[in-house]
Design a protein around this ligand. Sequence first.
Ligand SMILES: *[C@@H]1O[C@H](CO)[C@@H](O)[C@H](O)[C@H]1NC(C)=O
Ligand SMILES: *[C@@H]1O[C@H](CO)[C@@H](O)[C@H](O)[C@H]1NC(C)=O
Ligand SMILES: *[C@@H]1O[C@H](CO)[C@@H](O)[C@H](O)[C@H]1NC(C)=O
Ligand SMILES: *[C@@H]1O[C@H](CO)[C@@H](O)[C@H](O)[C@H]1NC(C)=O
Ligand SMILES: *[C@@H]1O[C@H](CO)[C@@H](O)[C@H](O)[C@H]1NC(C)=O
Ligand SMILES: *[C@@H]1O[C@H](CO)[C@@H](O)[C@H](O)[C@H]1NC(C)=O
Length: 136
Amino acid sequence: MQISLFSVFLSAIGLTSALHNGLAATWNATNFQLECSPGGCAYRFNISAPPTDNAPGFDTFCEGLTPNATVCNDTTITASVSPLTNPLWNVKVQHEWHEEETDFDAEATYWQAGSTNVTDTNSTFLIKPNVFYGVA
Ligand SMILES: *[C@@H]1O[C@H](CO)[C@@H](O)[C@H](O)[C@H]1NC(C)=O
Ligand SMILES: *[C@@H]1O[C@H](CO)[C@@H](O)[C@H](O)[C@H]1NC(C)=O
Ligand SMILES: *[C@@H]1O[C@H](CO)[C@@H](O)[C@H](O)[C@H]1NC(C)=O
Ligand SMILES: *[C@@H]1O[C@H](CO)[C@@H](O)[C@H](O)[C@H]1NC(C)=O
Ligand SMILES: *[C@@H]1O[C@H](CO)[C@@H](O)[C@H](O)[C@H]1NC(C)=O
Ligand SMILES: *[C@@H]1O[C@H](CO)[C@@H](O)[C@H](O)[C@H]1NC(C)=O
């Protein structure tokens, strides 16, 4: 579904050469903290990425309760942290942004998403986005 939307979008507006799937920057998460109480687990971390040819950069702070997705301070970033087999947690991050495609008089929406598994001792880790798609 995601892939086919992306392909349709690419072929519809001929952007194939402007987008290089797989060349996304690696996202750098720092100061990851997880605090659990009987009511649930709260997480917070910073995450940043440099701008690349195919995605704007960001540098923001995310805070939420497991396992639901929460929008970070930079509202183009959404994060969720879900429990796996103890002591592992799955951290998912999505970046969504809009670009004017002036040649085509359309606004395109792009997403990149990635995830990794950490424990609460991993205060810094990297996420390599492995999903990249867009729709006009
Ligand atoms: C991630 O960010 C931290 C803090 O800014 C920095 O020390 C570290 O070198 C960065 N790692 C990568 C791979 O960019
Ligand atoms: C995120 O980065 C900001 C600015 O560098 C810093 O003030 C804040 O303490 C960091 N947040 C966490 C959870 O480390
Ligand atoms: C997570 O989302 C569900 C469904 O929206 C909601 O019922 C639940 O209270 C949320 N949990 C937390 C910890 O926010
Ligand atoms: C994130 O947003 C919250 C609420 O708007 C604010 O209190 C906090 O200082 C912001 N954190 C950072 C690191 O920008
Ligand atoms: C995280 O753990 C889950 C469940 O064990 C596994 O399916 C997934 O491949 C792992 N992801 C990564 C990035 O290692
Ligand atoms: C978390 O820390 C463990 C132990 O230091 C390390 O083996 C693992 O690669 C780290 N995970 C990530 C996602 O950086």
